[in-house]
Design a protein around this ligand. Structure first.
Ligand SMILES: [Zn+2]
Length: 299
């Protein structure tokens, strides 16, 4: 757990629940330490401190960070590393704006000033100044891959060792089996990304929350199947007009899951994401019944 694992001449990752990437930039600091780029930074300063311990043991110092997307479990360590190394942090323009102004992010989940329940390390990170990655020349041998859909403007990072860090483009089969409502911002785009990812070649793929794999197709297919199953269940529920809370309740009951206010905030939003997708495709219609907005399959 939280060990530094070497997977290429210049590429490493941290094992454990957060697969932070570590790329040897091939340059040295004034104190003769090898300078590295981190790909994401862990969930909080406690995890960042453990990662930093591994950096010190390996004779590394953090020269820069790339965030794959704004989610707090990928950016929560930024503040620690920024304070210790004064390293610049980069992401896409959209994510840079969000991470730099983190109060916006939990509001995206809740759609208003957020309830206290979601103001935790997974939905709120200390804001850190992040710069648009398009404005810099990437380190030697590094390449970005668009992986939109899980969140706004997500990127993957390929290193010179042909290792592809995937952010949250895919989650593990175990996670899907336990939590079928995995976070997705835009199912239409996420379907496209997963299908495209199946054709993107790399020597090793490292998802942030799943074990590294040499072949990505079956994991992509499992993630696609999960989305298709969620959509099929929602459409079945909407064979009669249903309002949102009814859909959430029926979805949870059918999957044998238990709702809480926290899950209502987070996963209720994911149900809304699927409803949006189906509505925008013309597969659901809405009607006002006694001032309940009800969703029903289009005929
Ligand atoms: Zn994420």
């Amino acid at each position: 757990m939280n060990e530094l694992i070497k997977v290429g001449e210049r590429t490493y990752y941290i094992s454990g629940p957060f697969h932070v990437g570590v790329y040897d930039l091939g340059t040295k600091s004034e104190t003769d330490l090898k300078q590295v780029c981190l790909i994401d930074s862990g969930v909080d300063s406690t995890v960042a401190r453990v990662i930093d311990k591994r950096m010190i043991e390996a004779g590394f110092c953090v020269k820069m960070i790339i965030n794959t997307h704004y989610h707090a479990d990928h950016t929560g360590g930024n503040d620690y590393f920024k304070k210790k190394y004064d390293c610049p942090i980069y992401s896409t323009k959209m994510n840079a704006a969000l991470i730099s102004n983190y109060d916006i992010c939990p509001a995206i989940v809740w759609g208003a000033k957020p309830i206290d329940e979601i103001m935790n390390n997974y939905f709120y990170a200390t804001p850190t100044e992040v710069w648009d990655i398009d404005d810099i020349t990437l380190p030697d041998g590094m390449e970005l891959v668009e992986l939109n859909g899980h969140s706004l403007s997500q990127i993957g990072v390929r290193t010179s060792d042909d290792v592809l860090f995937l952010g949250d483009a895919v989650v593990s089969k175990e996670t899907i089996d336990k939590h079928p409502l995995t976070y997705i911002y835009d199912p239409k785009v996420h379907f496209e990304t997963l299908n495209r990812l199946k054709g993107i070649k790399a020597k090793l793929y490292i998802p942030y929350h799943a074990e590294p794999v040499k072949k990505i197709k079956s994991l992509c297919d499992y993630n696609i199947k999960c989305m298709e199953d969620n959509i099929a269940l929602i459409k079945e529920i909407c064979s009669e007009p249903r309002h949102l809370d009814e859909i959430i309740s029926m979805f949870y009951n059918r999957r044998g899951l238990k709702l809480s206010l926290y899950k209502y905030a987070v996963e209720g939003g994911i149900i809304r994401t699927y409803l949006t997708y189906l509505y925008n495709k013309g597969e659901l219609t809405v009607a006002n019944e006694d001032n309940f907005i009800k969703w029903k399959n289009a005929q």
